[in-house]
Design a protein around this ligand. Structure first.
Ligand code: OOG
Length: 256
């Protein structure tokens, strides 16, 4: 019974994303939904996407900074899966009509060269990094008014919609890098990578544990988004969004 209901929720979230049409929060009809149940719905939702030919390319952490936790009123680190269909590169053009109420977030991404077990240490985690990149995540809650509980957002693959990657650079200390997000050239968010769990490497370590716990440990080639250092900014058609990270460079995209 639960499985049938959860499959129904997964399909509803998948359809909401594909048709850019928001749905009501799942917890309105399923108030007892907990983190484990929500993760199961996310897993089923991703099965739908893999069945259509999408390939998992890594994962994203969410709510790893106080600014983000405050913005959405959920105080737990969450994680979701990234697929090749979500991936864009610097100077990409993203169609506003493909999303419901998209927002952009300044991020740091890692690409791995080694797999990471659940019990990896912080130094093993550092040695597993192939490259670091400036990145912008586009989040788009499938729930009406961008309002959700922790269980709702986990079921919804943590609002993951797209990621725009900049150029990879060699691993380096990313513990306290200045970050700025601009909208049409104007500074919209300003901060430091230190806001990401004190150090983005901790986010990568956390990702390794969460992925291994879910039975899909991080692999060479996987991309991991450490989570936004500052609050997300709503997008509108015609906008140009850029993120510059000290020592890593700049990445940008246009909304059409
Ligand atoms: C949840 C996803 C947050 C981040 O980097 O904190 C996130 C949301 O705000 O919709 O991706």
């Amino acid at each position: 019974m639960t499985h049938t209901r959860y499959s129904g929720y997964a399909r509803a979230l998948d359809t909401a994303a594909r048709t850019a049409t928001p749905i009501a929060q799942l917890t309105l009809t399923e108030p007892g939904l907990d983190r484990a149940g929500a993760l199961e719905i996310q897993r089923l939702l991703m099965e739908e996407r893999y069945m259509r030919g999408e390939r998992r390319i890594g994962l994203k952490l969410g709510l790893t900074s106080v600014a983000k936790m405050r913005q959405v009123g959920v105080n737990e680190v969450i994680w979701g899966r990234l697929t090749d269909a979500m991936l864009f590169h610097d100077a990409a053009e993203l169609a506003f009509s493909a999303y419901i109420h998209p927002r952009a977030e300044p991020e740091i991404a890692f690409i791995l060269k080694r797999s990471l077990p659940a019990d990896a240490s912080l130094s093993e985690t550092a040695l597993a990094i192939e490259a670091v990149l400036p990145a912008i995540e586009i989040i788009d809650s499938r729930y009406e008014n961008f309002v959700f509980s922790e269980a709702d957002v986990i079921a919804d693959n943590c609002s993951a919609a797209a990621v725009v990657l900049g150029n990879p650079v060699a691993p380096r200390d990313v513990g306290n890098l200045g970050m700025v997000m601009r909208l049409d050239g104007r500074v919209a968010q300003l901060g430091s990578s230190a806001a990401i769990l004190g150090h983005p490497l901790r986010a990568l370590l956390r990702a390794a544990r969460l992925a291994a716990d879910a039975g899909e440990p991080l692999q060479p080639g996987d991309i991991v988004l450490a989570g936004a250092a500052m609050a997300a900014e709503p997008l509108r058609p015609g906008a140009y969004v850029s993120v510059e990270v000290q020592d890593l460079g700049r990445v940008g995209f246009t909304v059409s």
